[in-house]
Design a protein. Structure first.
Length: 573
C-alpha cells in the first residue's frame, strides 16, 4: 500500500518513465508543441504590459515598456495604439489556437497508442505465458486487467498529460510575472511550493483510495463472473435472490470507496479555489505595500491570477493520477507474474522432427505436483506415432495434469517429455477441449483461427471427416456464417465438430481429445472415431473419455489412480 509520500513519488516516477520510454521522438515533438503553446499564451499575456501602460500613466516600468513598443510600431494616437495592441493580440491567439490543435491531436495519438501497446503487451504476455502460471491466476484478475485496469491506465495517461501541459503553462506565466514584478512572483512561487508540500499527504491518501478501488473492482469482477456462471442453476433452484445479495455486498463496498474519493476531491477543489482567492488578495495588498507601480501591479496581478487555472488543473490531475496509479502497478505486477525469471533465458531451439518416429511421444519418469498434493508422479509412457490411446481415471486421479503435460501446457517438475525425440513443439500438437470453444466470428475464421488462410476445398474436406458438411450446407451463408459469442448459434455437439475440424487442419503429430466428443450422439461419435482410425497418416492420439463406445476405438486404454499409471488394457487383440 502506498501509504508514504516517498513511495507515491517513486510509483509516479516509474509510470512517467514507462510513458516517456514508449516513443522518445514523438514525446520530444509533443514537448515542443507544449512549450510553443505556453510561449504563445505568454505572448498574449505580455500584451497586458503595454495595455496597462496605455491605461495608467504612473511612470513605472510598464509605462516605459509601452512607450518603446508604441514607438516601434509607429502608433501615435490612443486609437492607433489600442488598434495595434488588438491586432497583435488577435494574431497571437490565432497562431496559438493552431498550435494547441496540433498539440492536442499529437497528445491524443500518443495517449491512445501507449494504452493500446500496454493492452497488447498484456495480451501477448498471456498468450506466451506458461499455462501453469495462467491457471494459477484468478479469472477475475485477468478480466479486470484487460478491461478495467487498462482503461484506468488510459485515464492516468490523460491526467498525466493534462498536468504536463498545465505545468508548462504555469512556468511560462510565472516567468512573465517575474519579469514584470519580481518580488511578487517570488512570493507567489513560495506559496505554490508550500501548497505542493502540503498536498503530498493528501495524494498519498488518494493513492490508498485508488488501491481500495482497484481491489474493490477486482472483487466486483469476481462476484459478477460467479453470478453469471451460476445464474442458470440459481434460477432453476429459486436461489436468484441469494446470488444478487452476494454481488450487492461487493457493489456497496466499491460504491462506498468511490463516494469517499469524490468527497475528498470536492474538498480539495474547494480548498484550492479558496486559497487562490486569498493569495490574490494577499498579492494585491503586498504589492501596494511595496509601492509597486500601478500598471506593473495590475499586469502582474492579472498574470498571477491566471496562474490559478493551471495550478488548480495540476492539483486535480495529481489527485486523479494518484488514484489511478495502483491500476498501472497491478498491470506491472501481473506482467511479472506471467513472465517468471525462468522465461528470461534464451528459449530452447526447436529441433525438426523427422523419421518414422516423428509422432512418438515419450514420458520419462514425469512428475508434476500441485500445491494440494495432486498431480502425477513418476509416469513412464510411450505412445507410438499413429497409436490411439485412451486415458481413464476417477475425478482427481491426475488426468487433466497428465494431458496438460503431454500437450506442453505445463512443464514437468521432474523427468522429461519428448515428441519425435525433441522437446514438445506446440506447432505439432492439436488440443481439443470439452467445450469446443469458438470465437464471435465466422465458421471460416474459427476453422483457421491459429493458422494461415486455407482454401475452401481443404475446409470442406475436414468438415466431411467430422460429419459437419450438413451443418454448413444448412446455413444461409455457409462458411461465412457468424456463430455468435462462444458459438452460441450452434449446439454443443456442433461446436465440438467444428473444434475437431480445426484441430485436424493443423495436421498435428499429436492429437489430444479431452472429452471432445461427449456432446455428440454415440452414432456420430463412432463415425468420427472410425474416421480418425482410418486416416492414412493419423497422428498419435490421446483420448480422455468415459464412454465405453469411445474407448472401444482405442488401441489401448491407460488408467490413472492417485497420479500414477496403475494398469492398462490392450484392445488390439
Amino acid at each position: 500500500m502506498l501509504a508514504h509520500p516517498g513511495r507515491l513519488v517513486a510509483e509516479a516516477s516509474a509510470f512517467a518513465r514507462a510513458v516517456f520510454a514508449d516513443m522518445p521522438g514523438s514525446w520530444r515533438r509533443a514537448a515542443g508543441l507544449m512549450l510553443l503553446g505556453g510561449l504563445l499564451e505568454g505572448a498574449g499575456l505580455l500584451l497586458l504590459v503595454p495595455l496597462a501602460g496605455l491605461l495608467v500613466n504612473d511612470g513605472g516600468r510598464a509605462q516605459a515598456v509601452a512607450a518603446r513598443w508604441f514607438a516601434l510600431v509607429g502608433a501615435d494616437t490612443q486609437l492607433e495604439r489600442l488598434s495595434a495592441l488588438l491586432a497583435v493580440f488577435v494574431l497571437v491567439m490565432l497562431v496559438r489556437a493552431g498550435v494547441l490543435l496540433l498539440r492536442d491531436r499529437h497528445l491524443a495519438a500518443l495517449r491512445i497508442g501507449f494504452v493500446e501497446r500496454e493492452r497488447m503487451a498484456l495480451l501477448r504476455a498471456l498468450a506466451q505465458a506458461r499455462w501453469q502460471d495462467v491457471a494459477g491466476l484468478r479469472h477475475a484478475r485477468l478480466t479486470a486487467a484487460v478491461g478495467g485496469d487498462v482503461q484506468r491506465v488510459a485515464a492516468a495517461v490523460h491526467y498525466f498529460l493534462q498536468a504536463l501541459v498545465a505545468a508548462v503553462l504555469l512556468a511560462v506565466q510565472w516567468l512573465l510575472a517575474l519579469a514584470i514584478a519580481p518580488a511578487l512572483a517570488l512570493f507567489a512561487a513560495l506559496l505554490l511550493l508550500g501548497a505542493a508540500a502540503l498536498a503530498l499527504p493528501t495524494l498519498a491518501r488518494a493513492s490508498r483510495v485508488g488501491e481500495a478501488m482497484t481491489a474493490g473492482q477486482l472483487d466486483m469482477m469476481h462476484a459478477s463472473g460467479q453470478f453469471l456462471a451460476g445464474l442458470k442453476p440459481a434460477i432453476a433452484h429459486g436461489a436468484g435472490a441469494a446470488f444478487v445479495a452476494g454481488v450487492e455486498t461487493d457493489a456497496q463496498r466499491l460504491s462506498a470507496v468511490q463516494l469517499a474519493f469524490e468527497r475528498h476531491q470536492s474538498l480539495a477543489r474547494v480548498a484550492t479555489a479558496s486559497a487562490s482567492a486569498l493569495v490574490g488578495a494577499a498579492l494585491l495588498l503586498i504589492g501596494t505595500w511595496w509601492a509597486v507601480p500601478v500598471a506593473s501591479l495590475l499586469a502582474a496581478i492579472v498574470i498571477l491570477s491566471r496562474m490559478s487555472g493551471p495550478a488548480l488543473q495540476i492539483q486535480q490531475a495529481a489527485q486523479q493520477l494518484a488514484t489511478l496509479l495502483p491500476a498501472h502497478a497491478a498491470l506491472v505486477e501481473l506482467g511479472r507474474d506471467l513472465t517468471p525469471d525462468a522465461l528470461s533465458a534464451s528459449p530452447t531451439p526447436v529441433v525438426p522432427i523427422t523419421g518414422a518416429d516423428g509422432g512418438t511421444i515419450v514420458l520419462d519418469r514425469v512428475t508434476f505436483t500441485h500445491a494440494d498434493g495432486g498431480g502425477v508422479h513418476g509416469v513412464d509412457l510411450i505412445i507410438r506415432s499413429g497409436e490411439i490411446v485412451g486415458l481413464v481415471g476417477a475425478s482427481g486421479a491426475g488426468k487433466t495434469t497428465l494431458v496438460d503435460l503431454i500437450a506442453g501446457l505445463i512443464a514437468p517438475q521432474a523427468g522429461s517429455i519428448t515428441l519425435g525425440g525433441a522437446p514438445v513443439d506446440h506447432r505439432r500438437v492439436a488440443y481439443v477441449a470439452q467445450d469446443g470453444f469458438l470465437v464471435h466470428d465466422t465458421l471460416r475464421r474459427n476453422l483457421t483461427l491459429d493458422g494461415p488462410a486455407v482454401g475452401d476445398d481443404a475446409l470442406h474436406e475436414v468438415l466431411a471427416l467430422v460429419g459437419a458438411t450438413a451443418l454448413v450446407d444448412s446455413l444461409a451463408q455457409g462458411l461465412d456464417t457468424t456463430v455468435a459469442e462462444r458459438g452460441a448459434r450452434l449446439s454443443g455437439g456442433e461446436r465440438q465438430r467444428i473444434a475437431l475440424a480445426r484441430a485436424l487442419l493443423r495436421r498435428p503429430a499429436l492429437l489430444i481429445l479431452d472429452e471432445a466428443t461427449n456432446a455428440i450422439d454415440i452414432a456420430g461419435e463412432r463415425t468420427i472415431l472410425d474416421m480418425l482410425a482410418a486416416l492414412p497418416k493419423r497422428p498419435a492420439t490421446v483420448i480422455v473419455a468415459h464412454r465405453e463406445e469411445s474407448l472401444a476405438r482405442c488401441d489401448r486404454v491407460l488408467m490413472l489412480k492417485t497420479g500414477r499409471l496403475v494398469e492398462g488394457r490392450d484392445l488390439t487383440d
